[in-house]
Design a protein around this ligand. Sequence first.
Ligand SMILES: *[C@@H]1O[C@H](CO)[C@@H](O)[C@H](O)[C@H]1NC(C)=O
Ligand SMILES: *[C@@H]1O[C@H](CO)[C@@H](O)[C@H](O)[C@H]1NC(C)=O
Length: 288
Amino acid sequence: MSTPYSTLIILSISILSCMKYVFSTNFYRDFDISWGNGPGNIHKNGKVLMLSLDGYSGSGIQSKKAYLFSRIDMQIKLISGNSAGTVTAFYLGSEGDNRDEIDIEFLGNLTGDPYTVHTNIYTKGSGCREQQFHLWFDPTSSFHTYTITWNPFMIVIYVDGTPIRVFKNLESIGVPYMKDLPMSVHSSLWNADQWATRGGAIKTNWTEAPFKAWFRNYNARGCVWMNGESSCISGSSKTINQDWYTQKDLDISNKKKLKWVQENQMIYDYCKDYNRFPYGIPQECYHN
Ligand SMILES: *[C@@H]1O[C@H](CO)[C@@H](O)[C@H](O)[C@H]1NC(C)=O
Ligand SMILES: *[C@@H]1O[C@H](CO)[C@@H](O)[C@H](O)[C@H]1NC(C)=O
């Protein structure tokens, strides 16, 4: 069936869909400003968002749609210069108590010192699954792509396409997994100088405020939650055929990349914190 003609059609469809991906971000359309600075900080007809933090307020956005399984991409350029004491967050979270959450938090630092990428996974309200990383590039000099994929089998966090963390669905051995509550997409910037930088030793320098982080090329795919139902279950979504949705494990090349990150870029792993878990590290640590 693969005649040159059909190849050409497939090629042009994929080029079109790439273009659609690049140009479809609209922060006005896709997000509500959940706190802090107003819609004045959305620029370029909705394509670029700035979150800011000053002595009065931080700021945050929340997606209008919620998903039950999704792939979320965001390009972020973090606060440049002295960002000590600040936290810029990008995460998926459900509403209410006993929430599910997939967190990426960027902990600021003094000029020239590395940001820490702090990740955590909450299921049914309980977290304590921190892993922290240093990046292999300067995240303040240009935009980089941060991705969360969440399907029925596993969660993967990627930085520029490199997996940094995997959390598998291990319900079969009694580890809760997020598959009941829809989650929306959040980003925020706030002051956390009690703990964020060198354990709270370095405080936010307010004479350098406002601090600014930039966001663009947001893309969300997934099972949209509407009227108490997932679009994937009702069969009205194309999501269930997409690679990120059907993926049950990383391929060999991504496993190698993950191993490289774990060996070279990881600075804290709850799975190795034996003092913290004197009665044995959590079950999922043996499988992820
Ligand atoms: C800040 O820089 C110090 C010194 O390089 C480093 O140990 C630390 O992990 C960095 N990040 C934070 C959030 O403190
Ligand atoms: C805070 O920033 C100002 C302006 O850059 C600088 O002059 C001052 O020394 C900084 N304060 C501290 C405590 O580092």
